[in-house]
Design a binder for this molecule. Sequence first.
Ligand SMILES: NC(=O)c1ccc[n+]([C@@H]2O[C@H](COP(=O)([O-])OP(=O)(O)OC[C@H]3O[C@@H](n4cnc5c(N)ncnc54)[C@H](OP(=O)(O)O)[C@@H]3O)[C@@H](O)[C@H]2O)c1
Length: 254
Amino acid sequence: MPHSEKMSKGTALITGGAVRLGKIFCETLAKAGYKLAIHYNSSSQQAAATAEKFRKAGVDCETFQFDFSEKNDVSDLITNVRKQFPDLNVLINSASVYDQATMMETPELILERQFKVNFQAPYLLTQAFAQQCRSGNVINIIDNKIAFNQYQYSAYVLSKKTLAEFTRLAAVELAPNVRVNGIAPGVVLPASVRGQDYIDWRVEGIPLKQQGETDNIAQALQYLLTNDFVCGQILFVDGGESLTNTGQNSANYK
Ligand SMILES: NC(=O)c1ccc[n+]([C@@H]2O[C@H](COP(=O)([O-])OP(=O)(O)OC[C@H]3O[C@@H](n4cnc5c(N)ncnc54)[C@H](OP(=O)(O)O)[C@@H]3O)[C@@H](O)[C@H]2O)c1
């Protein structure tokens, strides 16, 4: 059945929705019966192509450009989306930047950009969403790196750990009208610079001995959206990788 023939469940705004995992979230939400507000920053062609694909399938869909690293009012994005889709009721904070740098290698510019895109934007978007939409769901896309002290990604990890704490705080503040939860993916879609050797090596360290499929993340999104007794949770979808931090103990003492 074409999507348009289903009863609309409302509209979902997906930040960074034009490519990679963001696009998977769009597909998941369209299948679930939502209209789509696809946010992008630099991927204008991919956003247009993605939107066209959805429209052909009967999904009501628009694209919205916004750079979260610039000095501008992030709440404008929610205002603009609501002009087009007054029934906005889902916000997926997926846009993110990922810089590898220790604290000693991190200039102020990188620290600022990591926090503006990965934490400040989701914070201000959630605030504007709650003020303007008044009810619905917010899902923050975090990272299983929050379970570790990977100082080699200092500003990135700190921005995601802060986003995880914000997820819990906002969940309490905004309940019962807005439900806030998070997903912490593990190895699913590694950056294109990563080769198969690297992925195989990472998989060795994962208890379930497998790389995640995008469908595993899509299922987590569906679960958090539909289970209305779940509040302020961060669902790790990582094959157990985040549980491997055993430390030194008498059993492994030689
Ligand atoms: N991929 C994985 O396996 C994995 C693992 C752990 C966690 N995650 C998390 O899952 C989410 C999606 O991951 P991904 O790998 O699919 O994403 P990604 O390729 O790292 O990028 C996501 C999007 O962020 C947007 N973005 C970057 N800078 C921006 C800015 N200044 N203003 C506004 N938007 C900006 C980009 O939009 P444009 O392309 O339009 O510029 C991009 O499409 C992220 O939050 C990531 O941390 C992913």
